[in-house]
Write a protein of this length. Structure first.
Length: 152
């Protein structure tokens, strides 16, 4: 969130708004806008959302991917990081077997397909099917041994 003040200023300028005009839109003082833009104060999460709405952008446009971290909270963020780590390890295992892994569909959608390719063979799994596939592989002796050998 180090750049939030600079980003507010840039987006405000691009929207051809003066600090006073943005302050009026948000119901805060012009001095507050100045403090945010100079980094003397950092707006709270709820305020970031209001600023973004007032500027017609998303909060992530103002603070970047950190916005999603703030939304998730520390416990959920820890879970998500563990999930990503497990997925990366599983993908790495599949690569050692000669498979390439790709994804089809939007990350925003409920159903993201997973595609495994080895040579000219291509297999597409729905998210649910791939979860079952991962569970079956995770219980295999070969995967357990690979994990032990590749622990960091």
């Amino acid at each position: 969130m180090n750049n939030i003040g600079q980003n507010i200023k840039i987006v405000r300028s691009q929207a051809n708004l003066k600090q006073r005009e943005l302050a009026e839109k948000l119901g805060v003082s012009e001095a507050m806008i100045c403090q945010w833009e100079t980094g003397k104060r950092i707006p709270k999460k709820e305020t970031i959302k209001k600023i973004a709405d007032g500027l017609g952008v998303s909060p992530s446009d103002l603070i970047g991917p950190e916005w999603f971290d703030l939304q998730a909270g520390p416990e959920r963020l820890k879970e998500l990081r563990e999930d990503v780590s497990q997925i990366q390890a599983f993908e790495q295992y599949l690569k050692t077997l000669g498979y390439s892994v790709s994804y089809e569909g939007s990350a925003d959608s409920e159903e993201l397909n997973v595609v495994l390719i080895k040579g000219k063979e291509k297999t597409t799994f729905t998210g649910g099917q791939f979860d079952e596939f991962k569970k079956a592989i995770a219980d295999s002796v070969e995967y357990q041994i690979w994990q032990q050998r590749n622990k960091k």
